[in-house]
Design a protein around this ligand. Sequence first.
Ligand SMILES: Cc1cc2nc3c(=O)[nH]c(=O)nc-3n(C[C@H](O)[C@H](O)[C@H](O)COP(=O)(O)O)c2cc1C
Ligand code: SF4
Ligand code: SF4
Length: 299
Amino acid sequence: MNKKVTTVINADKCNGCGLCLTVCPCQTISIKNGKAVITGKESLGCGHCEAICPQGAIKVEENQVDFSFSQAANTDSYVPPGKYDLSSLICLMRSRRSCRNYKEKLIEPTLLNDLVMIGITAPSGTNSQCWTFSLLPDRQKVEKLGDSIALYFKNLNKIANNSLLRIINKLFSKGQLENYHKKHYKSVQHSLDLWYQKGEDKLFHGATAVILVGSKPEASCPHDDALLATQNILLGAHAMGLGSCLIGFAVHALNNDPKIKKEFNIPATEKIYSVIALGYPAEKYIRASGRRTPLTRTL
Ligand SMILES: Cc1cc2nc3c(=O)[nH]c(=O)nc-3n(C[C@H](O)[C@H](O)[C@H](O)COP(=O)(O)O)c2cc1C
Ligand code: SF4
Ligand code: SF4
């Protein structure tokens, strides 16, 4: 970590209680002559000090994003541990489903922005917040991405269907082509046929919007950060009345065919970690579904 300090303390307001010191992960703050002062050279910019100060004496200047939402009010209030209704939280988490049937109705642009804001409330390694959110806000753009991804898989299927190439691939690398051929060739070919012959969208399931969640390369934990933001978005989408589905096939294509990123003006250095299909759901569940028993051990 090498982050400059943007924490500013108003000495007139500070009463020297020292609470900010107890939550600062970087020892950035000290008490001198009964007042908090910045003595450290680094800060995570986490905002713990600002959030705990009873006097409202601290401002972390780098944290400028406006957390206002078109669909939610007063998001600045803080819920202490144990004070949120756990049943509601579990209910929300269990009610999110991968949606594979969407209405034609477009998602309002403000809602997509709300989802990004919901995404960035996630934790990130060293608070680097290097995630990126590329929005495809309408069906036309989603179909354009669908076309590029279909072309990628058309080429991949052609290569994978060549037994000689599969043998060569096995000899010189880990045999991914054989594996792909076994696991995905047939279903991908079926989806491609439907896309090219009938315009049926088995990739994005007819979603009217897509969010690509990526990360700039300088993040300390890019994959983790992007996926944590992603899960927030999935839950937020459900609470906002939207359906969502992660599209792993699109992630694979975006990271393996540089032409697709170029076509959508995404820098080649940026890796995409999740592709979220979104839209108003054209499916209605009446109960939560189950899960297999997880492997759990007490050590
Ligand atoms: C990393 C990842 C990739 C996924 N890729 C796809 C995909 O390409 N197409 C799709 O229809 N669903 C995809 N899914 C959705 C899963 O099939 C789904 O999460 C799983 O069946 C559990 O159902 P639920 O999300 O409704 O709880 C993906 C999920 C994850 C976590
Ligand atoms: S928490 Fe606020 S009032 Fe207390 S020492 Fe820190 S800046 Fe001063
Ligand atoms: S923002 Fe975080 S790391 Fe920086 S001074 Fe405040 S508590 Fe410490």
